[in-house]
Ligand binder design. Structure first.
Ligand SMILES: Cc1cc2nc3c(=O)[nH]c(=O)nc-3n(C[C@H](O)[C@H](O)[C@H](O)COP(=O)(O)OP(=O)(O)OC[C@H]3O[C@@H](n4cnc5c(N)ncnc54)[C@H](O)[C@@H]3O)c2cc1C
Length: 509
């Protein structure tokens, strides 16, 4: 069902974006009701609703943007006209046996799930880890970010990553995409060399099948520019647990030699290190291994950032106030922050499922921003020196977290750097120092010949120059051509999904 809430002032979670919307539109599954609503009825009702909204937007010259949980901090979810709330589209669906493509491996069939776009990572974890029928096995996501509040499509669309050193980022477990973009019918997209569903299924979901790897990889990290993604088919794993020993303090030399040794990460699932940029030679390693699921282990306490019973998170107001205190040095603030961080925010001496460990969730963190970028693991030590130097020069209070991710296939996957990517990230006060810091960082990385990519959901700006520098003209062309193809070169329809983020990167045409 479509519910129009009318004009609204709208803010994202961190209040880094405030929009004066013409209409905030909810779409939910309630039209598909009755005693025995079929899963197809639910999927088809959604795609009908969404496609009708898109056609109406084109006729009326309006912009549309789908929104997930609004956790992105950059301008990726910006629109001034119609924002579509997808969070109520949160059904998970098992695939019937007559729907698989003949090439799809038998052992993967019980692990495949169709997730509607708005299902949150937390909801998905509950669905997977606690099966409701004897036909289902308990399963785990192959990776997630540190939090669980993102919607599945929102997370994939900005290339959310965890620290899956031998798997990849969130887009890497998606194997099929249902997209509504206002053309004749919904589109079911798969890679040309990885067939998942057969024509029976594609017909049941009233879609047109496209098997094209360039298009698939472009749409994955598409930040709403290709239309509204209504569902994904995702691959999962049999339920596992992760075990984290007590965090270990290491010197820079030791860190460098571990990161440079493939043997070190060959048995790991999660690899991360954190450091205080004002400390000279101290790093903390957080390294998790996958183990067989066993009952009887205590359920891990949730990490911050989680809201308290009054609905507040530790950082709500305090973060900005504390970090902006005059006459207190960045070094002192970092030292205080880092101590708290080690106490509350790291996985240390703990064992649990992915759904129990990656639980960070927040309601509101005004005044605070996050920035993140990736470099090759080969450039990690150079990057650490650059980061320390800039943080100290700008006297910023920062805690730096770095997570190692295997490269994936998304065209604009910012974690695709070879042989592994290291994503450095840090919270920062949301004022003019944020773009200044990012620019200084990029200048210094360039000077040191370090290739970088910016996190799509956590950057101050991706201009055309930065885009080409990060991904190369060939990938930019593949992404833009895929968009043109999916819209049948209908520029008016494409315009429905343009926004300031696409314009700044010159991805809008
Ligand atoms: C507390 C917190 C923790 C975080 N932890 C991590 C982390 O560990 N790792 C990491 O990489 N990032 C992390 N992030 C960033 C976050 O994962 C990304 O911003 C993610 O994109 C947010 O998902 P969302 O559902 O909130 O999407 P939104 O912010 O609502 O949207 C993100 C993008 O997806 C598009 N989109 C959403 N739904 C659809 C749809 N149905 N069809 C087409 N496009 C759509 C939107 O238009 C937008 O461009 C964190 C953010 C917060 C606030």
């Amino acid at each position: 069902m479509i519910r129009r809430n009318g004009a609204k002032t709208w803010k994202n979670i961190h209040v880094t974006t405030k929009l004066e919307l013409e209409d905030l539109i909810d779409v939910d599954n309630s039209n598909a009701q009755g005693h025995s609503v079929s899963n197809y009825e639910i999927l088809n009702q959604t795609s009908d609703d969404i496609n009708s909204l898109i056609k109406e937007a084109k006729l009326n010259n309006k912009h549309i943007r789908a929104i997930g949980a609004a956790w992105a901090l950059s301008k990726v979810q910006t629109t001034e006209n119609w924002l579509i709330n997808t969070k109520l589209l949160n059904k998970c669906i098992e695939v019937e046996s007559d729907c698989f493509h003949v090439d799809y491996p038998t052992d993967k069939k019980p692990l495949l799930v169709i997730a509607q776009c708005g299902v949150s990572v937390a909801e998905l974890n509950v669905y997977l880890e606690l099966p409701k029928s004897a036909n289902q096995i308990a399963r785990s996501l192959k990776t997630t970010g540190i939090g669980a509040g993102q919607t599945i499509v929102g997370a994939v669309s900005g290339n959310t990553h965890g620290a899956a050193v031998n798997f990849g980022a969130v887009p890497d477990f998606v194997v099929a995409i249902q997209l509504c973009n206002g053309t004749d019918s919904p589109i079911w997209i798969e890679r040309s060399d990885y067939h998942v569903m057969n024509q029976v299924f594609v017909d049941r979901v009233n879609s047109k099948l496209i098997q094209n790897s360039d298009i698939f990889n472009a749409v994955l990290v598409g930040f709403g520019a290709f239309g509204v993604i209504t569902a994904f088919a995702i691959e999962t794993e049999p339920l596992y647990q992760l075990t984290f020993p007590k965090i270990e303090e290491v010197s820079q030399n030791k860190l460098g030699s571990l990161l440079g040794s493939p043997d070190f990460y060959s048995g790991l699932h999660h690899l991360e290190f954190v450091f205080n940029p004002y400390e000279d030679d101290s790093f903390y390693l957080i390294a998790g291994t996958k183990v067989k699921y066993e009952t009887g282990h205590p359920i891990p306490a949730p990490l911050w950032i989680i809201t308290n019973k009054l609905g507040y998170a530790p950082g709500d107001w305090t973060t900005k106030i504390l970090l902006k205190l005059p006459f207190v040095s960045g070094k002192f603030k970092s030292n205080v922050q880092f101590k708290e961080y080690l106490k509350n925010a790291v996985l240390s001496n703990v064992r649990g499922t992915s759904g129990q460990l990656y639980t960070a969730t927040i309601t509101y963190l005004e005044g605070y921003n996050e920035t993140a970028f990736a470099v090759s693991i080969d450039d990690a030590i150079t990057t650490i020196s650059i980061l320390k130097q800039i943080t100290r020069a700008m006297k910023l209070p920062l805690v730096i977290q770095a997570r190692v991710v295997k490269p994936g296939k998304a065209t604009f996957g910012f974690t695709n750097l070879l042989p592994k990517a290291v994503v450095f990230e840090f919270g920062i006060v949301n004022d003019s120092t944020y773009p200044e810091f990012e620019q200084m960082l990029i200048d210094q990385l360039r000077n040191a010949n370090v290739k970088y990519t910016l996190h799509w959901s956590k950057n101050s700006l991706v201009s055309r120059e930065r885009l080409v520098e990060m991904y190369g003209q060939t990938n930019v062309d593949i992404w833009k051509n895929s968009r043109n193809t999916l819209f049948n070169n209908d520029t008016e329809l494409m315009r429905v999904f343009n926004n300031i983020h696409l314009e700044e990167a010159e991805l809008d045409m």
